[in-house]
Design a protein around this ligand. Structure first.
Ligand code: SF4
Length: 397
């Protein structure tokens, strides 16, 4: 039985990669993006792997990425490359990488990053997760390739811990988005969020991990809020990486929350992970992506890569469901989101919803960026007053 499993696993595409590094000698690293380090670390450690976690994204990390990247390449690539360099410098010899097809250049990043790092003299094995092919079986094969673990219970525990930690982090984030604009004591929602990140990171039993979401919901209810305050709701949409990485999006969720806006994000890591890994026959209801395709129909006939169709579909959905505005985040030179940006002006007019597109790169200054967000928030609030009290707003004007 064991021999069969090994034979089956050895025929997978990951075995074509560098097999000279023995499992016991592997030290694994992956790019930083938000807090995915917490669940991925739990998953890999449970399978017996050693990991290196590069420092969180910062100006220094970006500088290193810019220095070693070609001009015009998008922001996520620069940060990912710097994460790899730092991880390799700290002893990593196995790098995990995601790739995707379509007009998103992520499809070419793996080769580009590999070439650049080899040229810099690093020796490593790169394990690729193709996001449109890597369903559960291929994902297991990738983890087997780097750990050689064949104990089914360890896989069960690793994936239970990893998945439940992803769900818990997303839940803590959602709660923070809701409570931050309403809290009576400034900064309390964020303190709760940080407290829960520590608890999630320190949870190492399956039962404990499974109970996290419920406990988080219950605990956030202790935050005292102003129930009478009128809070507009804004969707944050756009490219996956900038949405999920607070350094890259200049912590826009916090900026908006402190301006009295409830942020909602349709793209959450756990939802995406479930969609990518879960076989489609497990889906009883329409997935987020399917809903986006349906709502985007009038503006786009097919997905072109990246999150383009999600951006359009979610904006139409927001307009039809009473959301007050949309902020669209895109890295400079991101092809799928350049397409979205062009379509969004039509969507905004047709669907009557305010949209602000923010382009992010290493030159983006916080002051100019916040000024644009402030002006947008003002517009959203005025529109809301006009909708609810048309007479009062006319008199004020
Ligand atoms: S979606 Fe855009 S920013 Fe993201 S990796 Fe692809 S091209 Fe780069």
């Amino acid at each position: 039985m064991q021999a069969n499993i090994e034979k089956e696993l050895q025929t997978n595409k990951f075995s074509q990669m560098d097999d000279t590094i023995k499992a016991k000698d592997r030290i694994i690293a992956w790019p930083r993006m938000g807090r995915i380090d917490i669940p991925l670390k739990a998953l890999l450690l449970t399978l017996g792997a050693k990991v290196v976690i590069p420092p969180a994204n910062s100006n220094e990390v970006l500088e290193l990425g810019v220095k070693n990247s070609i001009e015009g390449i998008c922001l996520p690539y620069k940060l990912n490359l710097a994460n790899y360099i730092m991880a390799l410098e700290n002893g990593a010899n196995t790098l995990m990488m995601f790739q995707a097809p379509g007009s998103c250049r992520l499809g070419n990043y793996t080769k580009m990053a590999q070439k650049t790092l080899k040229k810099m003299g690093y020796e490593f094995d790169m394990v690729i997760f193709d996001m449109y092919k890597s369903k559960m079986k291929q994902t297991l094969q990738a983890f087997w390739h780097v750990t050689r673990c064949i104990n089914p219970f360890k896989y069960y525990k690793a994936f239970s811990l990893g998945f439940n930690k992803f769900f818990a982090i997303d839940e803590a984030e959602k709660q923070m988005f809701y409570y931050r604009p309403r809290e009576l004591r400034k900064g309390e929602a964020e303190r709760y969020y940080n407290k829960w990140l520590k608890i999630i990171d320190g949870t190492n039993t399956i039962i404990g991990a499974k109970s996290l979401v419920k406990k988080i919901r219950k605990d956030f209810k202790n935050i005292e809020i102003d129930r009478k305050k009128d809070i507009p709701v804004v969707y944050l949409l756009g490219e996956f990486f900038v949405l999920l990485d607070p350094y890259t999006n200049q912590n826009i969720e916090k900026v908006l929350g402190e301006m009295g806006i409830e942020v909602q994000r349709q793209i959450m890591f756990s939802g995406w992970l479930e969609h990518v890994l879960k076989p489609s026959f497990f889906y009883k209801k329409e997935s987020h992506r399917e809903r986006c395709v349906r709502y985007a129909k009038e503006y786009m006939k097919r997905a072109i890569g990246g999150e383009c169709i999600e951006t359009i579909g979610d904006t139409v959905y927001a307009a039809k469901n009473g959301i007050d505005g949309v902020i669209h985040l895109m890295p400079f030179s991101c092809m799928p989101e350049i397409v979205s940006q062009n379509i969004l002006s039509k969507v905004s007019k047709n669907e009557d919803i305010p949209i602000l597109s923010l382009v992010l790169d290493e030159q983006t200054g916080k002051t100019g960026y916040v000024t644009r967000v402030e002006a947008f928030v003002d517009l959203v609030k005025r529109k809301r007053v006009r909708k609810e009290h048309p007479q009062a707003e006319r008199i004020k004007l």
